[in-house]
Ligand binder design. Structure first.
Ligand code: NAD
Ligand code: UDP
Length: 317
């Protein structure tokens, strides 16, 4: 689907546009013929992800913190600004909650003034340590409100609340995506997330650090699939508000992931076990029936294809 061909060229704001997911979304929307305004305060990113876009005639970069109001004229808002890796969002937890909550209020206010459609990058973390498996959107979650992950989980939950209240109160056209673990090129090497950690450790021949016994599971989606899902959701019929799970249902234990990475990199690394962080979810797998039905979307790139592409990226760095 090409939104430019179906709906004409649009002015699209991407908050967090210089981050891992945001920069891929910038690439894709520019390729589709839209004007992209990338807003980022570079809290967990560098200009490197978007350097190749700086000379593009339809691309504009603005350094701005979404916890402050923003006055621009746009038709679409993808609200991605928020640190996503546990080590980053736990570094300044108060700021993390502010980014999710104040950021959502500011971007919703912008959407209300401009009449723009707005999409929130929510997360599978809103399910916490789920007792229901796989997780459908109807599941309310099992979240610790006072733990070390709460700044992220509860911030994102409150942002979802705000989105649906703006819809009920102001009839705003909203879209909420619940993104499950996504990986690919442009993750930061020191980002702390499991895929980038394991690949960098394997490439450098260092120990692969499994937290806990490695039996906890995650489902890993390649970034290109995720970007396609976000765009389909944004351009879906107005009554499709979400929340919609976007992720790859292929579920792997962290131990299995470590073994795969070691094999693919052909690394001499050994696997070592470190303590499991507090409130680390034991299992996670998206139920994507809603995305299949409402968006005609499902991921196409399995881990065995996406991992080598990600490894190549880190090898070239
Ligand atoms: P990322 O850390 O690479 O990107 C986040 C971007 O937001 C960074 O460029 C950062 O500098 C920017 N940012 C942070 N605080 C900001 C602020 N106050 N004002 C302006 N910019 C700010 O992470 P990502 O993986 O690209 O995640 C993007 C979004 O998707 C996040 O909202 C995240 O919660 C969500 N998400 C990602 C995943 C995943 O697996 N990658 C899973 C679930 C949800
Ligand atoms: N993890 C690990 N070793 C690492 C980094 C992460 O074993 O070097 C584990 C982590 O404890 C969690 C899983 O991998 O169980 C996914 O962690 P990540 O931070 O990527 O994402 P999230 O926990 O937010 O899903």
């Amino acid at each position: 689907m090409n939104p430019a061909s179906s709906g004409g060229s649009r002015r699209v704001l991407i908050t967090g546009g210089a981050g891992f997911l945001g920069s891929h979304l910038c690439d894709r929307l520019l390729a589709d013929g839209h004007d992209v305004l990338c807003v980022d305060n570079f809290y967990t990113s560098t200009r490197r992800n978007i350097t190749h876009l700086l000379e593009h005639p339809n691309f504009e970069l603005m350094r701005h913190d979404v916890t402050f109001p923003l006055y621009v004229e746009v038709d679409r808002i993808y609200n991605l600004a928020c640190p996503a890796s546990p080590i980053h969002y736990q570094r300044d937890p108060v700021q993390t909650t502010k980014t999710s909550v104040h950021g959502a209020i500011n971007m919703l206010g912008l959407a209300k003034r401009t009449g723009a459609r707005i999409l929130q990058a929510s997360t599978s973390e809103i399910y916490g340590d789920p007792e229901l498996h796989p997780q459908p959107e109807s599941y309310w979650g099992n979240v610790n409100p006072i733990g070390i992950r709460s700044c992220y989980d509860e911030g994102k939950r409150c942002a979802e609340t705000l989105f649906f209240d703006y819809r009920r109160q102001h009839n705003l056209p909203i879209k909420v995506a619940r993104i499950f673990n996504t990986y690919g090129p442009r993750m930061l090497p020191n980002d702390g997330r499991v895929v980038s950690n394991f690949i960098v450790q394997a490439l450098e021949g260092r120990d692969i650090t499994i937290y806990g016994d490695g039996s906890q599971t995650r489902s890993f989606c390649f970034v290109d699939d995720l970007v396609e899902g976000l765009i389909r959701l944004m351009e879906s019929d107005e009554e499709v508000t979400g929340p919609v799970n976007l992720g790859n249902p292929g579920e792997f234990s962290i131990r299995k992931l470590a073994e795969k990475v070691v094999r693919l990199v052909d690394s001499g690394s050994t696997i070592v076990y470190e303590p499991l962080p507090q409130d680390d979810p034991t299992q996670r797998q998206p139920d994507i029936r809603h995305a299949r039905e409402a968006l005609g979307w499902e991921p196409k790139i399995p881990l065995d294809e996406g991992l080598p592409r990600t490894i190549d990226y880190f090898r070239d760095l």
